[in-house]
Design a protein around this ligand. Structure first.
Ligand code: XMP
Length: 512
């Protein structure tokens, strides 16, 4: 892999993605990794990320100079550009000239290998207070800017290079080209990380891991478990069995989508467990959000365990497939004492005492790569580009007790909202649009000649990159109008539609 050493930049993950977009496999490692640990991963190249520190200040996260001389190609970005210069005999100073944001660089020496044939003067994205004032011995300076006498240097023979600016952000329009030149031309790495090769490699790895054994996969209806299952199905065929739990908290058409579309696309063995009554019974009388989440999580596990026991009675199911992604793995490294905002229940999140060996064929991939793999495996767009839907389903979108009647009401309203958003071509513009039933609230309305006393539903359209933060989506008024008119006309219990205009924070996306 190409290893991105993370010096505390918010950019390290982004750099890894850009490297992958250049069709080279990449992973992030913390800056605390030792040279031995890094070399043990047999890196094809090392990229030193940016970071908030000053390379010359005491206590700043450093770089073992041995890394620069380990015989592996190295690329430094911003802070990493400073560290690399220092390690190789250059100098870094606070010159007093800071540059933040859009900046122009001027190429020198015809731009060298990295910037060859790019415009002699072009825009990049900078964010630095310190500057390299002397490049490493033997390196050629190939760019300069008003605030950075050395804005890029390279030594293709020694296979290292660096840039002061951030090539990974879109505000550096030629950045991806520069990164590609480093990888392909200076480091000499062949671009082989393509969707087809990912599928081949992972199918091979799964075959090797499972051998002639059998595997179970819990399907949630979401993208990740569907793609993981399709990939394992490609590897071991009908020795994979998928289990889909219908907890009755699904939206209209979801069960059919799994039972029909997914099976049609993959030919997978599917067991659907109808647990609707069981969940309704367990939720009776409960309106506290956390209590609902816990009950749904607990019941889910019990149902899944039951299905698992039945399967194990029929054959030797030793493996459990999960749709864990690369960011899940990276992120679970951190997290000290964060407060529980909501107990998230992932349909894949199963108890530890399930004695399975885990198969996680997506654990190296980012979400967009997972979607491409899904398409490569022949899954339909409706599954691959599905918007997120919470594991506890409609159970946390009914504010108040969950009952069969309320579920029916919410399902009808939700189906209308989704239909109209899809018809307006807005599915890819929004992250998701929960529809929430305020089951314990009533308001007076008038319909025909009569008074109504029904429930409101809330539309919660949001835009987001990763669900950590979100903004409410400014949906066109005519779309809102169609949704509102149809819901109040077609869903008897609902006589009012309201719009949630709260960002996250302070609101969360879901109401419970
Ligand atoms: P919140 O409400 O915390 O939601 O802003 C953030 C994102 O996570 C989804 N969500 C869940 N997903 N299990 C899941 O798999 C859960 O328990 C759960 N709760 C919320 C939510 O739909 C949004 O995309």
């Amino acid at each position: 892999p190409v290893l991105v050493v993370d010096f505390g930049a918010q950019y390290a993950q982004l750099i890894a993605r850009r490297v992958r977009e250049a069709q080279v496999y990449s992973e992030v490692v913390p800056h605390t990794a030792t040279v031995d640990e890094i070399m043990a991963k047999d890196p094809a190249a090392i990229i030193l990320s940016g970071g908030p520190a000053s390379a010359y200040s005491p206590g700043a996260p450093g770089m073992d100079p041995a890394l620069a001389k380990a015989g592996v190609p190295v690329f430094g970005i911003c802070y990493g550009f400073h560290l690399l210069a220092q390690a190789l005999g250059g100098t870094v100073e606070a010159t007093g000239a800071r540059e933040y944001g859009r900046t122009e660089i001027n190429l020198l020496a015809d731009g060298g290998v990295l910037h060859r044939e790019l415009p002699a003067r072009h825009q990049v994205w900078m964010s630095h207070g310190d500057s390299v004032t002397k490049a490493p011995d033997g390196a050629v300076v190939t760019a300069t800017s008003a605030g950075a006498p050395v804005a890029a240097y390279e030594n293709p023979a020694e296979r290292y290079a660096g840039v002061q600016y951030h090539p990974e952000v879109l505000h550096s329009p030629h950045g991806q080209e520069v990164l590609r030149r480093f990888l392909h031309e200076i480091a000499g790495i062949r671009p082989q990380w393509t969707t087809a090769s990912i599928v081949d490699e992972q199918v091979g790895a799964v075959r090797e891991q499972i051998g002639d054994g059998r595997a179970i996969c819990g399907l949630s209806g979401g993208v990740d478990s569907a793609v993981a299952a399709a990939l394992v199905q490609r590897a071991i065929g009908d020795r994979l069995t998928c289990v889909f739990v219908d907890h009755g908290l699904l939206r209209a058409g979801e069960r059919a989508q799994v039972e029909r579309d997914f099976v049609a696309a993959t030919g997978v063995n599917l067991v659907t467990v109808d647990a609707r009554e069981r969940f309704l019974d367990a939720l009776a009388g409960v309106s506290d959000p956390e209590e609902k989440r816990k009950i749904i999580g607990r019941e889910f596990i019990r149902v899944f365990e039951g299905a698992e026991r039945d399967l194990k009675a029929q054959g030797d199911y030793r493996f459990l497939v999960q749709g864990t992604l690369y960011p899940d793995i990276v992120e679970s490294g951190g997290g000290t004492g964060a407060s529980t905002i909501k107990s998230h229940h992932n349909v894949g999140g199963l108890p530890e005492d399930l004695r399975f060996e885990l198969v996680e064929p997506l654990r190296l991939l980012f979400k967009d790569e997972v979607r491409r793999v899904g398409l490569e495996l022949g899954l339909p767009e409706t599954i691959v580009h599905r918007q997120p839907f919470p594991g506890p389903g409609l159970g946390i979108r009914i504010i108040g007790e969950v009952t069969a009647g309320r579920l029916e009401t919410l399902r009808a309203a939700d189906a209308i909202a989704r239909e109209e958003l899809t018809a307006a071509g807005l599915d890819r513009d929004i992250w998701q649009c929960p529809v929430v039933l305020l089951a314990d609230v009533r308001s007076v309305g008038v319909q025909g000649d009569g008074r109504t006393y029904g429930h409101p539903v809330v539309l919660r359209p949001v835009s987001s990159e990763d669900a950590m933060t979100a903004d409410w989506t400014r949906l066109p008024y005519d779309v809102l109008e169609r949704i509102s008119t149809r819901i109040t006309n077609e869903v008897a219990e609902v006589n009012r539609v309201v719009l949630d205009v709260t960002s996250k924070p302070p609101g969360t996306i879901e109401w419970e």
